[in-house]
Each structure stands twice: as structure tokens, then as C-alpha cells.
Design a protein around this ligand. Structure first.
Ligand code: R5P
Length: 314
């Protein structure tokens, strides 16, 4: 079934996911030609007619992040110049959501800057998933549909584990709301670890607020980046007497030392989604990757036909 007026494109970081979504919607993925001039400048050419179309363009902000952001900005501008009627930037993983506050002197709140750049480049809307903090939504001056993978992850745990002894854990106070929503949906109690970030790759954790001794715990996060938070949390929870430790996060960024750290950590299982494309060498045996394509496909259908996206999660 070809949907009249709907067109989906993917920049280089999100081709697999966008391809899956196009197939689910019974459409062909639009053609983009992304190349580079000899002076290293990027060039993007849209290969399909997009006049008066409702266009969705996918790009997760994964490594090399600056390159991928630039690709998306140029693509948005090219789509606008080609007379697309409405352009939605679909950013399954918005990495700069972590740069959401002025926590040191003379720094940029880059999450806000990138939101402005997307609008300037031509995005009329943004579709994204599990931003690092809910309030990042407010950085955008265009409408944002903010999806969540919580229901998907909840189903995973319901189908696989005995929940009677399980506790959800937030790795710091900032993640308490997120873990609270997860624990509520699973109908299990929650605990919080006291955490301070020492550097980009290491954290320091102290006491655990809540009961974890003898329990099966599931650490619930927005993302696993270097794995520093996760391995420190595993150690803290084991020292506090946890029986087994599982980890769940929407975005499996798995950068820098993450794979080595996770391989060696006393984790019983790890579950992430495919908002970030994971190459085969990062797919550890204990890692499960859930597919967010059905959720994004449903959201796109609803946005295109003017139906509620919130209703997807009711
Ligand atoms: C931090 O506030 C986030 O919720 C995650 O804990 C963090 O992004 C994970 O980063 P890393 O894996 O590098 O510790």
C-alpha cells in the first residue's frame, strides 16, 4: 500500500531502522545521495520528487555525531528547497539531550542549540524517543512527538522473568522519575543509587535508597554510553546484597570502553533497543536488542493522518 503524499528518507546513521519502517508501511525508502567534495564538504541530493509531500527523514545522533548532525541539517535544507510540504526530523537517539543545563561556567547548552539548528534547517516537526530528560522537549520551537520504549521493555521483562522478587533501580536521582514509571508499569518496587559523575567515563556511587538485598534487580536507564554508570551500579548493588542484576536502557550507545566493561560486569542480562544501530561485534551474548520499528511506524502513520500519537501509549 503506497500512502499518498508520505515519503521516508534515511541519512547514514539510521538506514536499517528506516528501511524496516518503510517496509512496515508498505513503501519504498526514498533515495538520498550523500557524497563529499574533495575539500571535505558534504553534498546531499534528494533523488525523488518531494513536492507537496509529507516527508520524514531519519538520523540518530551516533558516532561520528557531528558528521551525522551535519548530514541531517543539509538533508533538511535540501528537502525544503525541493518544496516538501512538511518535514519531520526523526531522531531516534538525540545524543545532545545530555547537554541540557549549564553545570559548569562558560559552556553551551548544546541540546538547545541543535534544536534551533534543526528548525533553521527546515524541520517543521521532530519525532524522537526517550530524551535524557523530559524537559529537553521544551528546547524545540516546533512540535515534538516524544515516544518511549518503556512499554516494549516492560513486555520483555514480563515475558521472560519472574517479577515477584524484582526491584527497579535508578542509577541516580535524575533517573528516578524514569525508573519510577518503569517500576509502576511492571508493578514492582524501586530503589535509587546516590551517584556523582567524576568524569565523562567514570562515576562515583554511594548508598542505595531502597531494599535490594536478596532481590533480582533491574537497572533502568535512558542510555548506556561508556558503561561507567552501569558497571559502578552493578558493583554497588552486588555489595548491597543483590541476588541478580539485569540492565535495561532505550539507547545502546555502547561507545569507548563499554563493550569490555559490559562483557566483564556481573550482569545477568542487558536489554536495549535499536534506536542506535549496533554492529555485530557489539552484540554480546547477554545482550538483547528490541525493535522500535513498529512504534515509529505507528507514530508516523498517526502523524501523517492527523491522529493522536499519545493514544499509542494509553
Ligand atoms: C546519565 O545521567 C544517564 O542517565 C546515563 O546514566 C548515562 O548517560 C550513561 O553514561 P555512561 O554509560 O557513560 O556512564
Amino acid at each position: 500500500m503506497i500512502k499518498h503524499g508520505l515519503q521516508i528518507f534515511a541519512c547514514s546513521a539510521s538506514r536499517d531502522l528506516a528501511c524496516d519502517i518503510s517496509q512496515r508501511l508498505g513503501m519504498r525508502l526514498g533515495q538520498l545521495d550523500i557524497s563529499r567534495f574533495s575539500n571535505d564538504n558534504l553534498r546531499v541530493q534528494i533523488q525523488d520528487n518531494v513536492r507537496e509531500r509529507d516527508v520524514f527523514v531519519f538520523q540518530s545522533f551516533t558516532e561520528p555525531v557531528s558528521e551525522h548532525i551535519m548530514e541531517l541539517l543539509i538533508t533538511l535544507d535540501a528537502l525544503r528547497s525541493a518544496s516538501a510540504q512538511r518535514i519531520t526530523a526523526v531522531i531516534p537517539y538525540y545524543s545532545y539531550a545530555r547537554s541540557d543545563k549549564k553545570d559548569a561556567p562558560r559552556i553551551s547548552i548544546t541540546g538547545r542549540l541543535i534544536a534551533d539548528l534543526l528548525h533553521t534547517a527546515g524541520a517543521d516537526r521532530v519525532l524522537t524517543m526517550d530524551l535524557h530528560a523530559d524537559q529537553v522537549h521544551g528546547f524545540f520551537s516546533v512540535p515534538v512527538d516524544h515516544l518511549t520504549a518503556v512499554t516494549l521493555i516492560v513486555e520483555h521483562f514480563r515475558n521472560r522473568y519472574d517479577l515477584s522478587n524484582m526491584v527497579a533501580v535508578a542509577t541516580d536521582a535524575g533517573g528516578a522519575k524514569r525508573a519510577g514509571r518503569f517500576s509502576e508499569k511492571l508493578g514492582i518496587p524501586m530503589a535509587i543509587i546516590d551517584k556523582r559523575r567524576v568524569s565523562d567515563t567514570t562515576v562515583k556511587q554511594g548508598y542505595v535508597v531502597g531494599e535490594v538485598a536478596g532481590r533480582d534487580v533491574v537497572i533502568f536507564e535512558d542510555e548506556i554510553a561508556t558503561g561507567g554508570t552501569l558497571v559502578s551500579s552493578v558493583d554497588t548493588l552486588k555489595a548491597a546484597g543483590a541476588k541478580s542484576v539485569h540492565a535495561a536502557a532505550t539507547h545502546g550507545v555502547l561507545c569507548g570502553p563499554a563493550i569490555e566493561r559490559l562483557r566483564n560486569a556481573a550482569l545477568d542480562s542487558i536489554v536495549v533497543t535499536n534506536t542506535v544501530n549496533l554492529p555485530a561485534e557489539k552484540r554480546l551474548d547477554k545482550l538483547t536488542v528490541l525493535n522500535v520499528a513498529p512504534l515509529f511506524a505507528a507514530a508516523i502513520e498517526r502523524i501523517h493522518s492527523g491522529q493522536s500519537v499519545g493514544a499509542l501509549f494509553e
